[in-house]
Design a protein around this ligand. Structure first.
Ligand code: NAP
Length: 487
C-alpha cells in the first residue's frame, strides 16, 4: 500500500484534530508545520487579561480527549491552550511536529505539492492541509496618529506581558468579544479604563462557576458523564443555531433576553449609548457575566464619539474631547478572510490562490477548491459557524479528509479536486440561503464578505456535519487516476 506524504500547516485546534485523525487512521508520514514554538493557535496567541471561552468547557473540547479536569464552566484561555498542547503530546503529535517552521508557499507539480519554508527549504508532499485558522492576522486600524502614541500600543492578540499596568490609564478600542472581556478584566485593576465604542453590542448574560474537586472526581470516575454533558451542550447549541439561521421563536427569545440584560444598566444615558440599533446575533453575540457591571463603574468611561486622532499622550475624539492615556489596546479584531494567506499557493495550471479568491474565499463543502488538487482546508471558507465550537467542526472535516486519503492509499486516484460546477453550485446555494440568516439583518461584522453576504454556513452546524461525514458524490470531483512516479 502507498503511504502518502502529508503536510499540515498550523498546529492549532484544527491542525491537532487533523494530526490525530491521521494517526488514528494509521497514516505515519505526516508533518505538522508550525511557525510558532508551541501548539494552540489562537489560544496560544491570545493571552490578554480576562480571556475566557464563551462556549462551555465540556463542549469546547475534542470528543476523543474529553477532559474531566476543567476548572470551570467556561474555561480561561491558558487552560484551553494547555489542554490543546496536552492532547497533542498525549496523541504523539510531537513526533510529527516541526516548530519554528513557517510555510511560505506551496506549488502543485507532478501530482504533488512542493512546500517551501521561510528559510528556503523545499519538500515534496502528496497532500497539503491548511489548518491556519481565521482569527490570526491582527487588524490594525487605520487611525490617524496611532504611531505617534508614546506609550505601549498592543493588539489584544499580541499582549505584551512586560508592560506594567500598575497605575496606568488604559484605552481599549473595540467592543467585540475581546474588547468587552478586556474591559471587564481591567476594570478595578487599573486607575482608569476608557472604552472607545464605534458600535454597541448585545450582551448575552451567563454565569461562570468553578467545578469543585468533588465534581472533578466524579467526572474522572464516570467518563460517561463528560460525554453526556458534551451532548447536552451540543443540543443547546443546535437550538441556538436555529435562531441564527431562521427568523422565529429562538431569535425572539434571545432578543428578549439581551434587552432584559441591558436593563441592568441603571443610568439611562449609559444604557442608551450601549443600545445597539440592530438585532441580537447579527454581529457575533457577546457572552458575558461581567461587562455591564464593569462599564457602570466610576473608573470606567464609555466613549461613543468617534476617534479623530491619536496623540502622543492620548486620544482626541470627534467631539473635541481629549482622553489622556498611558496604554492603548487595539481590540479591533482580525483579517478573518485571509485564511492561509499570505502563503503563496499555486495550484494546477499555475492558478494562484489570489486568482481563485478574487471575489472572496470560496471552497467546496468548506474543505477543497477546484484547481487545487490534493489540497484541503480545515476551518476554511464557510466553516466558521458563529458561536459553534471549532473543535467539533475540525473533527468532522478531518473525518472527510481522511476518507479521501484512504482511497488514495488503495491506489484509486493520484489527485482529487472538486469541479468548478460543484463549487459554484454549492456557493450559490449558500448565498441563496443567506438572506434568512440573522447576519444579513443590518449590521457590519467580520462575517460579511465583499458582496455584503455572510461568509458563514447559513444552515445548522448539524446539517454541515451530516454533509461532511457522508460519502462524497463522485460527480462533484475530478479524479486523476494516473499515478506518477515519486520525484
Ligand atoms: P471583532 O468582533 O471583529 O470586534 C472588533 C471591534 O473593533 C469592533 O467593536 C469594531 O467596531 C472595532 N473596531 C475595528 N476597527 C475600528 C476602528 N478603526 N475604530 C474603532 N473601532 C474599531 O473582534 P474581536 O472582539 O477580537 O472578536 C473576533 C472574534 O474572535 C469573535 O467574533 C469571536 O469569534 C472570537 N472571540 C471569541 C472569544 C470567546 O470567548 N470564545 C473571545 C474573543 C474573541 P465595529 O463593530 O464598529 O466594526
Amino acid at each position: 500500500m502507498n503511504e502518502p506524504r502529508i503536510a499540515i500547516v498550523g498546529a492549532g485546534i484544527s491542525g491537532i484534530a487533523m494530526g490525530v485523525a491521521l494517526q488514528r487512521a494509521g497514516f505515519t508520514d505526516f508533518t505538522l508545520f508550525e511557525k510558532a514554538a508551541d501548539y494552540g493557535g489562537t489560544w496560544r496567541d491570545n493571552t490578554y487579561p480576562g480571556l475566557v471561552c464563551d462556549v462551555p468547557s465540556r463542549y469546547y473540547q475534542f470528543t476523543f480527549a474529553m477532559n474531566p479536569e476543567w476548572s470551570q464552566l467556561y474555561s480561561g484561555g491558558p487552560e484551553i491552550k494547555d489542554y490543546l498542547a496536552q492532547v497533542a503530546r498525549d496523541q504523539g503529535l510531537h513526533r510529527h511536529t516541526r516548530f519554528g517552521a513557517q510555510v511560505v508557499g506551496a506549488r502543485f507539480e507532478d501530482n504533488g505539492w512542493q512546500v517551501t519554508l521561510a528559510g528556503g527549504e523545499v519538500e515534496r508532499f502528496d497532500f497539503v492541509m491548511c489548518a491556519t485558522g481565521f482569527l490570526h492576522h491582527p487588524n490594525r486600524p487605520a487611525i490617524a496618529g496611532l504611531d505617534d502614541f508614546a506609550g505601549p500600543v498592543m493588539h489584544s492578540s499580541r499582549w505584551d506581558h512586560e508592560v506594567d499596568l500598575t497605575g496606568k490609564r488604559v484605552g481599549v478600542i473595540g467592543t467585540g468579544s475581546t474588547g468587552t472581556q478586556l474591559v471587564s478584566a481591567l476594570a478595578g485593576q487599573v486607575p482608569r479604563v476608557v472604552m472607545f465604542q464605534r458600535t454597541p453590542q448585545w450582551i448575552l448574560p451567563t454565569v461562570n462557576k468553578p467545578y469543585s474537586e468533588l465534581a472533578k472526581r466524579v467526572y474522572r470516575r464516570l467518563p460517561v458523564l463528560g460525554s453526556a454533558a458534551y451532548h447536552m451542550n451540543r443540543a443547546f447549541f443546535a437550538a441556538f443555531s436555529q435562531g441564527l439561521v431562521h427568523e422565529g421563536r429562538i431569535r425572539r427569545l434571545i432578543q428578549w433576553v439581551v434587552e432584559r440584560n441591558l436593563k441592568s444598566v441603571k443610568d439611562p444615558e449609559l444604557r442608551r449609548k450601549l443600545t445597539p440599533d440592530y438585532q441580537a446575533m447579527c454581529k457575533r453575540l457577546v457572552v458575558s457575566d461581567r461587562f455591564y457591571a464593569a462599564v457602570q463603574r466610576p473608573d470606567v468611561e464609555l466613549v461613543t464619539s468617534g476617534i479623530a486622532q491619536v496623540l502622543e499622550n492620548g486620544v482626541v475624539t470627534a467631539d473635541g474631547h481629549r482622553h489622556e492615556l498611558d496604554i492603548l489596546v487595539l481590540a479591533t479584531g482580525f483579517d478573518s478572510h485571509a485564511y492561509m494567506r499570505p502563503m503563496a499557493i499555486t495550484g494546477a495550471g499555475d492558478r494562484t490562490l489570489d486568482q481563485a479568491w478574487a471575489d472572496g474565499p470560496r471552497a467546496f463543502e468548506g474543505v477543497m477548491m477546484p484547481d487545487f488538487p490534493n489540497f484541503f482546508m480545515l476551518v476554511g471558507p464557510h466553516s466558521p459557524f458563529a458561536n459553534h465550537p471549532l473543535t467539533a467542526v475540525a473533527e468532522a472535516q478531518s473525518f472527510r479528509i481522511v476518507s479521501w486519503l484512504q482511497r488514495w492509499r488503495t491506489g484509486e486516484f493520484a489527485t482529487v479536486a472538486p469541479t468548478h460546477a460543484a463549487t459554484d453550485r454549492y456557493n450559490a446555494q449558500m448565498r441563496a440561503a443567506a438572506p434568512s440568516t440573522v447576519w444579513t439583518t443590518g449590521c457590519q461584522s467580520w462575517y460579511l464578505g465583499k458582496d455584503g453576504l455572510p461568509e458563514l454556513w447559513p444552515w445548522s452546524p448539524g446539517r454541515y456535519e451530516k454533509l461532511i461525514r457522508r460519502a462524497p458524490d463522485p460527480v462533484d470531483y475530478h479524479l486523476n487516476r494516473q499515478i506518477m512516479s515519486r520525484k
